[in-house]
Design a protein around this ligand. Structure first.
Ligand code: MN3
Length: 251
C-alpha cells in the first residue's frame, strides 16, 4: 500500500517536473485525483509534504538517518505548513489544490505583497526541498548524455564542477543553497542564493542544489560544511539531473 502510494507520488513528481518547464499558466495545474493523498492527518492544503522517494536510511553513511528524519519531517514539513498558513491570510489569492509550488515561486510578483515575503521563504523552502530529495539517491552514478557534455563545456568536467561547487558552498555566508541552474539562455550556471530563495524567482531553472543550511549537516558533520559537501557527491542522482536537463533543453 505504501509502495503504491509512493509510486503514485513519484509519478506525480515526474509530471510536475515536466509541466514546470516552459510557459506556464499561473497556478492552474491540478494534480491527478489518484495522486492526492487521502490521509486524514494531511495538512489543510493547498500544499502538502511529498514523501521521500527512498527510505530515511538510504543515504547512509553520507547523510545520516536522523538528519533525514529531521530535515524532511520537521524542516520541510514546516515550510509547507507555514506556506499554507501564509496563503490562508489572503483568501482572495486563490491557489487551487494540487497547484505546482514551482509556479508559485516563479510568479512571486503576482503574490499579494502582504504575504510575498512569507511565500518567498516558505514557498521557496517547499520548492527547493521537493527538488532536493529527488536529486539524491543511494545509487550515485555519473552525468550522462548531453548533460555530461554541457558540464564538460561549462566547467571542464564533473571534477572541476565539484571543485567549483564546493568553493561556492564554502564561501556562502550564513544559510543558503549552491545551485546548478540553466540560466535564461539555457546555459549551465553555478550560483549561490541566500535563505530559501528559489532560482525560479530569479528567472533560472534549477537542476540541482546543495542545501548548505546547518540543519542539512550539523548532526553528523558539525561545523565542517566542507566534509558534508564532499560526502554528498556519493549520493547525487545524476540520472535524474541528466534527464531533467534534457527535458528542460527540449522545452
Ligand atoms: Mn534544508
Amino acid at each position: 500500500m505504501l509502495t503504491t502510494r509512493r509510486q503514485a507520488l513519484k509519478t506525480l513528481a515526474a509530471s510536475t517536473v515536466a509541466t514546470s518547464i516552459g510557459s506556464f499558466p499561473l497556478l492552474t495545474q491540478a494534480a491527478p485525483a489518484s495522486a492526492t493523498p487521502p490521509a486524514a492527518s494531511a495538512p489543510t492544503g493547498p500544499f502538502t509534504l511529498p514523501p521521500l522517494p527512498y527510505a530515511y536510511d538510504a543515504l547512509e553513511p553520507h547523510i545520516d538517518t536522523e538528519t533525514m528524519h529531521l530535515h524532511h519531517d520537521k524542516h520541510h514539513a514546516a515550510y509547507v505548513a507555514k506556506l499554507n498558513e501564509a496563503l490562508a491570510k489572503e483568501p482572495s489569492f486563490v491557489v487551487p489544490p494540487g497547484s505546482n509550488v514551482d509556479n508559485l515561486v516563479k510568479n512571486l510578483a503576482s503574490v499579494p505583497e502582504s504575504i510575498r515575503t512569507a511565500v518567498r521563504n516558505q514557498g521557496g523552502g517547499h520548492a527547493n526541498h521537493s527538488l532536493f530529495w529527488q536529486t539524491l539517491s543511494p545509487k550515485g552514478g555519473e552525468p550522462k548524455g548531453d548533460f555530461a557534455k554541457a558540464l564538460d563545456g561549462s566547467f571542464g568536467g564533473l571534477d572541476k564542477f565539484k571543485e567549483a561547487a564546493a568553493k561556492a558552498g564554502g564561501g556562502l555566508f550564513g544559510s543558503g543553497w549552491v545551485w546548478l541552474v540553466l540560466d535564461g539562455g539555457k546555459q549551465l550556471t553555478l550560483l549561490t542564493l541566500p535563505n530559501q530563495d528559489s532560482p525560479l524567482t530569479e528567472g533560472h531553472y534549477p537542476l540541482f542544489g546543495i542545501d548548505v543550511w546547518e540543519h542539512a549537516y550539523y548532526l553528523k558533520y558539525h561545523n565542517v560544511r566542507a566534509d558534508y559537501i564532499k560526502a554528498i557527491w556519493n549520493v547525487v542522482n545524476w540520472d535524474f539531473i541528466s534527464d531533467r536537463y534534457a527535458k528542460a533543453m527540449k522545452a
